[in-house]
Design a protein. Structure first.
Length: 228
């Protein structure tokens, strides 16, 4: 299998990797965007996108920002429903300044990589898992399940368990503070009172963690429990 030669290698097609792609889209550089998944794919993360995120995205790709604003599955969040460990509840209306859209992360990331594929100098490789990486003064070589990639520069946008970060700093895992989150989607859950809000519950039995509920389109809910 022949080596694939590029100027820049970007590992992971999440928001960080795709934002880097947008920044390099008119650079004239030959860029490889490499991800282990096949899109669309699920992602353990929140399903809220703030207006500030859209504003930042519009600076990188106005077309992409418009796609998210016009997405058929997007819901305009009206505010937060918050409860404390004693059962007290309060609704906080969402100010326009902090407007948030509710959209499944799967859709958002899929739109990101679709936008990356619109640029002639960007080459996206899905279903390509990074295995190892060697870095020298002259080049970077990334070994993957889809062959080897050679580049002048590599960007490790592959998250908390980044292979690239581990190669650069082998002690990184010892320096990290870890938390645990669990999430699940529930379908056909009708809740007319809270259909366009984000719920945050500090339940006594979950402390010091908390529970999020994102109300999505088609009566779908996402529950996310985080424990630090």
């Amino acid at each position: 299998m022949e080596n694939k030669i590029f100027d820049v290698l970007i590992v992971s097609a999440g928001p960080g990797g795709c934002a880097t792609v947008f920044s390099l889209s008119n650079s004239g550089l030959k860029v490889a965007l490499i991800d282990k998944a096949i899109f669309p794919r699920e992602k353990i993360c929140g399903d809220g996108i703030t207006l500030d995120s859209i504003s930042q995205l519009s600076k990188l790709s106005p077309r992409m920002a418009k796609n998210i604003k016009d997405h058929k599955s997007k819901i305009n969040c009206q505010g937060y429903l918050i409860s404390d460990s004693k059962g007290n509840k309060r609704f906080v209306k969402m100010p326009n300044l902090y407007k948030t859209y509710l959209i499944e992360r799967e859709y958002f990331d899929n739109e990101l990589i679709k936008e990356c594929e619109q640029y002639q100098n960007i080459y996206a490789f899905e279903n390509t898992k990074a295995i190892s990486c060697s870095i020298s003064e002259k080049k970077v070589e990334l070994t993957t399940t889809n062959g080897s990639f050679i580049g002048d520069l590599i960007v490790g946008a592959d998250g908390a368990n980044s292979l690239i970060a581990k190669m650069i700093n082998p002690n990184r895992s010892k320096e990290s503070i870890n938390g645990l989150s669990v999430r699940a989607y529930f379908k056909n859950v009708k809740d007319d009172c809270h259909k366009d809000v984000i719920e945050i519950h500090y339940l006594k039995e979950l402390l010091p963690g908390y529970l999020w509920i994102f109300h999505l389109s088609n009566n779908k809910k996402k529950c996310w429990h985080w424990n630090g």
